[in-house]
Design a protein around this ligand. Sequence first.
Ligand SMILES: [Zn+2]
Length: 471
Amino acid sequence: MKLYDTKRREVVEITPLTSGVLKIYACGPTVYRDAHVGNMRTFLLTDLIKRFAQYQGLKVELIQNITDVGHMADDTGLGGIDEGQADTEDRVLAQAKSESSDALAIARKYEQNFHNDLALLNIQPATKYPRASDSIELMIELIKTLIEKNHAYVGQDGSVFFDAKSFESYGVISGNKLDELKPSYRFESKEDSQKRFHADWALWKHASVNRTQLIWETPWGKGYPGWHIECSAMSLKFLGNKIDIHTGGIDLRFPHHEDERAQSNSAVATEVVNHWIHGEHLLFEGKKMSKSSGNVLLVSQVIAEGLDPLAIRLSLMEHRYRSQMDLTWNSINASHKSLNKLREKMQLWSQTPGSVDSNYLQQFESALNEDLDTFKVLQLIRTLEKDESIPAGNKYETILKFDEVLGLNLASEPMKQPEIVITQEIQSLLDERLKARSEKNWKLSDEIRDKLINLGIGLKDSEKGSEVFPL
Ligand SMILES: [Zn+2]
């Protein structure tokens, strides 16, 4: 399989370093909120690589971390701002405060939601999902090694910093050069005065007295890890010193992946990651999907509209992973319909015995081999659907084979819209809501909508009125 390697800046053949086994590390979610569909696009990229490698007979070892500490509110990953200013800005802690809950309870809740969302999108589970909070010992050991090897130093308050200048090839993934990085590119925080050089970053952060959760004892005092060291510690522990592929969103290229590479390579004195593969941004209705811009779509919102969550998976595959794409409600609706149509045809075709068509299969494999061209694969399915020279049974078997990688559950029954039985209770709620809406009482209207959702009734409001559908 060929993929676009960000560091080499070209499409390259991926050859596992250990014969027969592909080792992948994927940057996982920070569990302080639900992952949005933009995050899912990156997780889908990893899933497609994994599934296609398995299809080709490789065993895949995939490690994806769960960040439940150390990711600060201003760790944008965009290179503008990096270090945290105050202890309270840890994303998990901040969310715990706003939900009046315990930090780890918040983390576990969103971790569970993350796994549920992956399952809904048919993303196969990783081999292991190590948590940052369970890996503190690993990080402390790694930081000790970096200090011993003169790649890190302890600041006055017990924070530990990576010495950026000690790592010669810093910046080769993103193209950023150390001597061109302006002092302001990292946030001017209280830690900055302790740094030898402005581009150094914190591996471990000293905790102030105000911070009572998510802190650990270390040889340098009480504190908590920086975000970047987590991925180095967990990837080295679970995948070793040689990793074939490291995936993540394009936002993470700098500084997160540069910092991770500097830490890992310095600790074990070798190039740890062979290929850095990044997924592009996802736009939603024309704007970048991000929490900070408020333009976010969740898997649960798509389900609440009565749509198959795999319609998201299909929509995302209409574009290759490294091109920007604009997802819209229209495209998700269209994918929902085409999924159902294709499943209906598959049911029909399955009734005659057949075999896989080798010509179509070869075209499928070459499209995926060429940098995961999922768009081309979907076009190929459309051609095959209409191709009168291919017997129905062969269409079925061939598309079923494609589905091992596509993961669209194409052999399953089309998603039926069950009939809704409008009981007296439902009818009176609908009437009440209609009245509330005519009186512009949106609060009451929303309350009734929630009651209807609890009864399994979804609503789609438009100028023409409210349409009901089963959930
Ligand atoms: Zn990471």
